[in-house]
Ligand binder design. Structure first.
Ligand SMILES: Cc1cc2nc3c(=O)[nH]c(=O)nc-3n(C[C@H](O)[C@H](O)[C@H](O)COP(=O)(O)O)c2cc1C
Length: 322
């Protein structure tokens, strides 16, 4: 099918795609559209060389954006075929989505599309444990996209929180990582990065079930909160660790997060140990399953309305496109 997509449909799908989570809200995607084919590329101008030197977090973000795109396409009545990191010789092409008028409707993706505007990272303390039925639903959501969501037991949760604290201490002497974070986090943000308003409270004690992203003096003295001592934490992992697996992990992440949002459940991330190869292996070991850990997710019932901004949709379209 070669005719161009209606511009309103393009706007709807790309707005959904860029609402996806990305590390430090860098929004490291760009899109090319040719007829009914939408390609998701890495934007090499929005890297995090200190904290994400291999581009893993960028590929996870691209997978999340591709999942939102598929949901939005379904809600507009298109069916979507897709391939993740389809050509090894084109490492920046992370997803190709081919839209077709659909005969078979995917009601689940349509339903999840409704949740896209409501999902956001919530770094506030939580108050109640998740029901077992929801834990199973989230596990299934990850599995459908080719990943595993592994719930940690109490001992493993404490081990992860200790690792999170160890990593924070490891970072204190790393000026490169601290400078990079200061560039993206804190203050007022109208297009990208994490504003001070989305940081949530400062933990009252350590280890804590939150990543304190603050770098600026004013953020370091913000109000304190007491985080849950037995948080609901799961590790998202894949069997292999090729670029396509990392993109799939991103799609699985977003499917899990939208499924949680629909159930009124919030999520935040404790990913700092995963940014170091040795600790990433330790975290995977705590799952007692083989594989490669991509995200450490804390689920809960906090109800913050803090939001992060996005750039204008036009900024994400490659310049050579009409
Ligand atoms: C790969 C990846 C890693 C992330 N790591 C963390 C983290 O360690 N701590 C955290 O609080 N948020 C983390 N985030 C969440 C981002 O900061 C968040 O998605 C971004 O600021 C956009 O905000 P939103 O999710 O509310 O839309 C991560 C997101 C991605 C995709």
């Amino acid at each position: 099918m070669s005719e161009q997509l209606p511009s309103d449909d393009v706007e709807t799908m790309l707005a959904a795609a860029v609402a996806a989570p990305s590390m430090h809200n860098t929004q490291p995607w760009r899109f090319e559209i040719d007829g009914h084919v939408i390609d998701v590329y890495l934007d090499g101008s929005r890297t995090l060389p200190a904290e994400d030197p291999t581009g893993r977090a960028m590929r996870i973000a691209a997978g999340a954006a591709a999942f939102n795109l598929r949901c939005a396409a379904e809600s507009l009545g298109y069916g979507a075929w897709f391939g993740l990191a389809p050509y090894p010789e084109e490492p920046d092409l992370l997803a190709r989505i081919v839209l077709e008028p659909t005969a078979t409707r995917n009601d689940e993706l349509r339903d999840l599309a409704q949740q896209i505007p409501h999902r956001h990272t919530d770094r506030h303390p939580s108050d109640a444990a998740l029901p077992e039925s929801l834990r199973v639903a989230l596990l299934q959501a990850a599995y459908v996209e080719g990943a595993e969501l592994i719930w940690l037991g109490e001992t493993e949760v404490h081990a992860v929180l200790d690792l999170v604290l160890d990593t924070d201490l490891r970072e204190i002497g790393d000026w490169h990582r601290r400078a990079e974070r200061a560039h993206w986090v804190g203050g007022e943000r109208t297009a990208d990065g994490i504003p001070s308003s989305a940081l949530g409270p400062r933990p009252a004690g350590y280890p804590a079930a939150v990543r304190d992203m603050a770098t600026r003096p004013a953020d370091r003295i913000r109000a304190q909160g007491t985080f849950e001592s037995r948080p609901d934490i799961a590790v998202l992992s894949t069997a292999y660790d090729e670029p396509a697996d990392q993109v799939a992990a991103g799609s699985a992440l977003e499917r899990v997060l939208l499924t949680a949002t629909r159930a009124g459940v919030s999520a935040s991330f404790l990913n700092q140990p995963l940014e170091f190869d040795d600790l990433r292996r330790t975290v995977q070991g705590l799952t007692h399953q083989p594989g490669h850990a991509h995200m450490i997710i804390r689920f809960g019932h906090s109800h913050s309305t803090a939001r992060t901004a996005r750039r204008a949709v036009a900024d994400f379209l490659s310049k050579e496109q009409p």
